[in-house]
Design a protein around this ligand. Structure first.
Ligand SMILES: NC(=O)c1ccc[n+]([C@@H]2O[C@H](COP(=O)([O-])OP(=O)(O)OC[C@H]3O[C@@H](n4cnc5c(N)ncnc54)[C@H](OP(=O)(O)O)[C@@H]3O)[C@@H](O)[C@H]2O)c1
Length: 238
């Protein structure tokens, strides 16, 4: 059964968001792909899938921008079955330690990486509630957001935004506990070659997007399973 999917942060052809868009389109689904700025790669994909790919401009750091995108989506569809909150950010200081790190970079990163996905959830909730198959929200987190497993002395912005995203995900999971029609999880997707300069990472984003697509279908109605999971579907420590 085909579904309607919204995926954020989809403009970079080598990154995860774009490759998830490709996989859902290849599977016959309808996709709302969101970007901050025009993407040539997505425009090329739209030529191939003009009937099923909608491109929305949405900056997840802005409530106004997210609300406008949700209004636009509402003119094109009655429902959304899956939201993949993939967009994220990290400052130029992210690899630096305390003495060299500009602490004022943390709050804007949290605004994008943690508050952004919940902004999207809130604005698109009326469409999620119209899902007939039961809606799923997947927040793409990271092992870097695990407090229990934290070993780094850097990632002051990125680690904090992902830990905050995990907390918000669990709080939303509790909020929707008694609603059989909506589930929400967060995921450590694994280390992927999502940067043209990164040849070391083991996972190819296009191949991996299919693993994730299959995993998400096992989580749609799994309200009692682990909420923070790995790409193998196993619980990851908070
Ligand atoms: N790559 C890995 O190995 C790895 C490991 C663990 C977790 N993850 C997580 O997996 C997800 C995908 O990773 P990736 O490496 O493919 O990501 P990425 O290449 O860093 O892409 C991030 C996307 O987010 C968008 N974005 C940034 N700020 C935004 C904003 N304010 N509003 C809307 N969109 C915004 C970017 O848009 P622009 O193109 O306009 O900048 C970009 O398309 C992320 O959540 C990441 O944290 C990745």
């Amino acid at each position: 059964m085909s579904q309607t999917v919204l995926i954020t942060g989809t403009g970079r052809p080598y990154a995860l968001g774009f490759n998830l868009v490709r996989r859902y389109l290849e599977n016959g689904d309808c996709v709302f792909a969101t970007v901050r700025r025009p993407s040539e790669a997505l425009e090329a994909l739209r030529k191939e899938y003009s009937d099923r790919l909608h491109i929305l401009t949405m900056d997840i750091s802005s409530t106004e921008s997210v609300s406008a995108a949700a209004r636009e989506a509402g003119t094109l569809t009655s429902h959304i079955d899956l939201i993949i909150n993939n967009a994220t950010t990290a400052s130029a200081d992210t690899m630096k330690e305390l003495p060299d790190f500009d602490l004022d970079q943390i709050a804007p990163a949290v605004n994008v990486g943690a508050v952004g996905p919940i902004r999207v959830l809130k604005a698109f909730l009326p469409l999620l509630k119209n899902s007939e198959m039961g809606a799923l929200v997947v927040n793409i987190s990271s092992e870097a957001g695990s407090i229990g497993k934290c070993y780094r002395t850097f990632y002051l912005d990125y680690g904090t935004e992902k830990a905050a995203l995990n907390m918000l995900t669990m709080t939303m999971h509790n909020y929707f506990k008694d609603d059989p029609n909506i589930n929400i999880i967060c995921l450590h997707p694994g280390w992927m070659r999502t940067n043209p300069g990164n040849h070391e990472a083991p996972l190819d984003p296009y191949e991996h997007a299919e693993t994730l697509r299959n995993l998400f279908e096992t989580k749609r109605h799994d309200k009692d399973g682990p909420v923070f999971i790995t790409y193998a579907g196993e619980a990851y420590p908070w």
